[in-house]
Ligand binder design. Structure first.
Ligand code: NAD
Ligand code: LMR
Length: 366
């Protein structure tokens, strides 16, 4: 039997976590041979609710659930965590855009970035879910000087899965057949769901199977606004589908993407596809051996270029509005990504790059 891994989850008593935690404890995220220690973090006023949820987890008698611990602060809750899923934040309600949450939620991620840097395992993998997820990931990462920016990611897998599900339903095929979908940019209504690389049964999707006009004028806005459509219908933002996307994201990151497939993850930009370095932008990636790598060399048409720029512009605006939460000391590490020679530490942060010694360098993300 493997050694248990420590999974810290913030917002643990909330709607998404209530769908997520039982499935993680049942082995759906890291496999049915991987015991888990759950380190559940909530606001002090929600601790009683969290205690109730912990009791329910205990009552499932799940064999992989090694330990449950509950915390009212991130510093203790992140101690030695191998995985950190940052869900705790205010959700939007009808009529709001996700960017409207920036003021309410940004400071949460400043404190959590610092707490991760000081307390988590050196190779912790972090997924930011709380909205606006990309910019919250940037805040957390910039406040974690002793971790690599490549250890932080934000969730766009929900948009990726939505695209596959909606297209599959439209064409009457199994969702698994809709491959190589890409979400570029922000988890917001400017995101660009790109189907130009997608194929079904070996045939291109846009053009032969999906009319260009329908794709651009109907499908793209539908996916961009799916979050609002759900809030309007059920009075609360998506929870079960977000939990599914979190499981998919963490499973693929740690155990690898399926053969002949790519997935979308918001990660720190290394400048690929001309995207400004240092922002958290959703790219097509493949994961192997616990690391992700951007899929490069894809042909990008003029329509795609325009869409990718628009969502980048929004992320740059969001970044400017939280500039006061982005410490200068971590600016360099976010613009010059270097291979990570030892876990959690960067060559740039080690000062090795200035020593004049020959060092192994690469511009690829880990
Ligand atoms: P919820 O209100 O049901 O639960 C949020 C929980 O977080 C609450 O229990 C609250 O007490 C807790 N919390 C708030 N601040 C915290 C902090 N500083 N530390 C620890 N816990 C804290 O909301 P939800 O439906 O679970 O959604 C959570 C967040 O996820 C929202 O911001 C929502 O917009 C976002 N979301 C993102 C995606 C995505 O794809 N990226 C998808 C769905 C929802
Ligand atoms: C979603 O995409 O469903 C979430 O980000 C919640 C929201 O505010 O739309």
């Amino acid at each position: 039997m493997k050694k248990p891994v420590r999974i810290a989850v913030t917002g643990a008593a909330g709607a998404i976590s209530s769908s997520l935690l039982f499935r993680v404890a049942a082995g759906e995220m890291f496999g049915t041979d991987q015991p888990v220690i759950l380190q559940l973090i909530e606001m002090p006023q929600a601790m009683e609710q969290l205690r109730g949820l912990a009791m329910e987890l205990e009552d499932c008698a799940l064999p992989l659930l090694h330990t449950i611990r509950i915390f009212d602060n991130p510093e203790a809750g992140f101690k030695n965590a191998h995985y950190a899923i940052l869900i705790g934040a205010r959700p939007r309600t009808a009529g709001m855009e996700r960017i409207d949450l920036l003021t309410a939620n940004a400071e949460i991620f400043e404190r959590q970035g610092k707490a991760l840097s000081a307390n988590a395992a050196r190779d912790v993998k972090v997924l930011v879910v709380g909205n606006p997820a990309n910019t919250n990931a940037l805040i957390a990462s910039r406040n974690a000087p002793d971790l690599s920016p490549t250890q932080f990611t934000a969730l766009t897998r929900l948009d990726h899965n939505r695209t596959k599900g909606i297209v599959a339903n439209h064409l009457g095929v199994n969702a698994e057949e809709v491959r190589k979908v890409i979400i570029w940019g922000n988890h917001s209504s400017t995101q660009y769901p790109d189907l130009h690389q997608s194929k079904i049964f070996g045939e291109a999707l846009v053009g032969p199977q999906l009319d260009d006009k329908f794709y651009q004028e109907n499908l793209i806005p539908r996916i961009q606004n799916r979050g609002s459509e759900i809030i309007n219908a059920r009075g609360h933002s998506s929870a079960a589908s977000a939990a599914q996307a979190i499981i998919d994201h963490m499973r693929d990151w740690s155990m690898g993407t399926a053969e002949n497939e790519l997935v979308s993850m918001a990660i720190v930009s290394d400048g690929s596809y001309g995207v400004e370095k240092g922002i958290f932008y959703s790219f097509p990636v493949r994961c192997r051996y616990g690391r992700y790598q951007i899929v490069t060399g894809l042909e990008i048409n003029e329509f795609s270029k325009k869409m990718m720029k628009a969502t980048e512009a929004e992320l740059l605006e969001e970044k400017a509005s939280v500039n006061h939460l982005l410490p200068k000391e971590t600016e360099q590490s976010h613009y010059k990504l270097r291979i990570c020679l030892r876990s959690g530490k960067f060559l740039a942060a080690d000062g090795l790059l200035d020593s004049g010694d020959p060092v192994l360098e690469t511009s690829r993300l880990l």
